[in-house]
Design a protein around this ligand. Structure first.
Ligand code: PLP
Length: 405
């Protein structure tokens, strides 16, 4: 597992040149493509004679040359046979789940997941008679006893939002071995740090909106999996990506392609700042949650599953005790100290701060928030890397001293 080097895999996969020998790939913006020989149209339409089989591109909702480049890079980075890009992280998640589940099927999901995914499982899929049992994903006995004969999917985030719970993917894979159950891992919080497919997940989903793009200027997603699953998603008659149509724009693909080469550098810097700041807060006596700290309940697990050299990620959470205190601290950190911005999302070069219970996890009922360890005063800090680290530590320290100590 530890031998997998996502950076190296990405480097080998990056062999694209633009038109006229451009060092940057070209953007292919055509919605439709010219078929030279009319008799080849049926095969091209059925996907049997795409560009890789000596045919050509047909229509950009099916496949697009620029979007395909990004899909290939992501597959290489995850070590999956293939990948498909989508218009958002939510469309990647919903299409992957809907491809696997029919009415009457059942999902076991981590309770510590993004609020939108929680709502999809709890409130939307139930209308299609697809039910979900939410579990503490770190409690393998609970996971095991939640599985029923109807279970088709275990859904988890590798590093859970916002409690930073680490999923033991190898143990989950052992649990479902030989059964008709697929593991979907959302790796949005931890690209490069974890490569869930190498650990045993069948399908890896991403919100590319976050770290992978890294500039908070677009919305995008991806599904990485075996070729057969990606083909199913693109099937003309039943493919959820093909027919529900969350197509990625080639201009968006181009932007992400140009930012992927420095993803590893960014992840290292996010992680470096997060561990330094987490240690400072811990030493100040603040209740801080960060998987890189030895007192995090899954620190050892995270250490054994991660790829070396990318750290433990750029997100930490602090428990301010109450929502009022969390809001007071956010106000000071944004409006007095200029430490960061009060905004949802993560993976930006500037620091983004939000109170999860009243924002990105607000779809989750209070009793469920309590069960998953999400207190109303939990502040999620997605650390950026602008400004010197010393300055950022000083700014945060001043805010914390005023409100929490
Ligand atoms: N997965 C996680 C872990 C997230 O945090 C989010 C958004 O915050 C999503 C998925 C949804 O991604 P998008 O906003 O790109 O649809």
């Amino acid at each position: 597992m530890k031998d997998f080097n996502p950076e190296q895999e990405l480097l080998h996969a990056r062999r694209e040149f633009g038109e006229h020998g451009g060092v940057a790939p070209s953007i292919s913006r055509s919605a439709t493509f010219t078929v030279i020989h009319p008799e080849t149209m049926p095969e091209i339409f059925e996907g049997q004679k795409g560009p890789e089989q000596g045919g050509c591109f047909l229509y950009s909702r099916h496949f697009n040359p620029t979007v395909d480049v990004l899909s290939r890079y992501l597959a290489a980075m995850e070590g999956t046979e293939a990948a498909i890009c989508t218009a958002s992280g939510m469309s990647a998640i919903s299409c992957a789940i809907l491809q696997l589940c029919r009415a009457g099927d059942h999902i076991v999901a981590s309770e510590s997941i993004y609020g939108g995914t929680h709502a999809l499982l709890e409130s939307l899929l139930i209308q299609l008679n697809i039910t979900t049992t939410f579990v503490d994903i770190s409690d393998l006995e609970e996971v095991s006893s939640a599985i029923t004969p109807e279970t088709r999917v275990i859904f988890t985030e590798t590093m859970g939002n916002p409690t930073l719970t680490i999923a033991d993917i190898p143990a989950l894979a052992r649990e479902v071995k030989g059964r008709n159950i697929k593991i979907i891992a959302d790796n949005t919080f931890s690209p490069m740090i974890f490569t869930p497919h190498q650990l045993g997940a069948d399908i890896v989903v991403y919100s590319l909106t976050k770290y992978i793009n890294g500039a908070s200027d677009l919305i995008a997603g991806a599904i990485c999996a075996d070729k057969s699953f990606i083909q199913e998603l693109m099937d003309l008659h039943t493919g959820r990506v093909m027919l529900l149509g969350p197509t990625m724009d080639p201009r968006v693909a181009f932007d992400i392609i140009q930012r992927i080469p420095h993803l590893s550098i960014r992840m290292r810097e996010h992680s470096h700042r997060a561990i330094t700041i987490a240690e400072m807060l811990r030493d100040m006596g603040v209740k801080v949650i960060y998987p890189g700290l030895a007192d995090h309940p899954q620190h050892q697990l995270a250490n054994s599953l991660r790829n070396n050299s990318y750290g433990f990620g750029g997100i930490l959470a602090i428990d301010c005790g109450s929502r009022e205190k969390a809001e007071q601290l956010m106000d000071i950190l944004q409006n007095q100290q200029q430490f960061g911005l009060i905004a949802v999302s993560l993976g930006y070069f500037d620091t983004l701060i939000s109170c999860s219970g009243s924002s990105t996890s607000s779809e989750i009922e209070i009793k469920d928030q309590q069960r998953m360890g999400l207190s109303p005063g939990l502040l999620r800090i997605a650390l950026g890397y602008t400004g010197s680290l010393d300055l950022r530590m000083e700014q945060l320290k001043k805010g914390v001293e005023k409100v929490l100590l």
